[in-house]
Write a protein that binds this ligand. Structure first.
Ligand SMILES: Cc1cc2nc3c(=O)[nH]c(=O)nc-3n(C[C@H](O)[C@H](O)[C@H](O)COP(=O)(O)O)c2cc1C
Length: 122
């Protein structure tokens, strides 16, 4: 298992580091992932998926088992919407909505959800 992230300001990377469960891989040109992975995705304007993440998913969606959202509640209805959209579109588990790089409680809750999901044979 891996965490895969794309980040504009470092928040999704910090979430992966704080969760401290799996190796971390950054989305860059033509990255191909052979292991199962959990995507950490932030949103841009009004809940859009980052273009880099969109093109990554075109070639890598099969190994994705779930997604974590990073966002900002100031965006109201669009809070973490990109990650929720990905979860629906690819029919994968949505683990947690995290504000920016996450409070300790949010990180703990997310870690718990991931471990529970994996221990159920997923
Ligand atoms: C132009 C812009 C648009 C944003 N739009 C949203 C949004 O629609 N929903 C949301 O929850 N957060 C939104 N955010 C907040 C970011 O998703 C949030 O800061 C996130 O933690 C960034 O993670 P990253 O720096 O790792 O990419 C936006 C931020 C910027 C700068």
């Amino acid at each position: 298992m891996k965490f895969v992230f794309f980040s504009l300001t470092g928040n999704t990377k910090k979430i992966a580091e704080k969760l401290d469960l799996f190796p971390i891989e950054e989305i860059k040109n033509d990255l191909l992932i052979n292991d199962n992975y959990i995507l950490i995705a932030s949103s841009i304007g009004f809940g859009q998926v980052q273009p880099e993440v969109k093109s990554f998913l075109k070639n890598n969606s099969e190994k994705m088992i779930g997604v974590i959202g990073s966002g900002n509640r100031n965006w109201g209805q669009s809070y973490c919407k990109a990650a929720k959209t990905i979860s629906k579109e690819y029919n994968v588990k949505y683990f947690a909505s995290i504000e920016l790089a996450g409070t300790n409680n949010q990180i703990e809750e997310c870690r718990k959800n991931i471990l529970e999901f994996l221990s159920n044979g997923n």
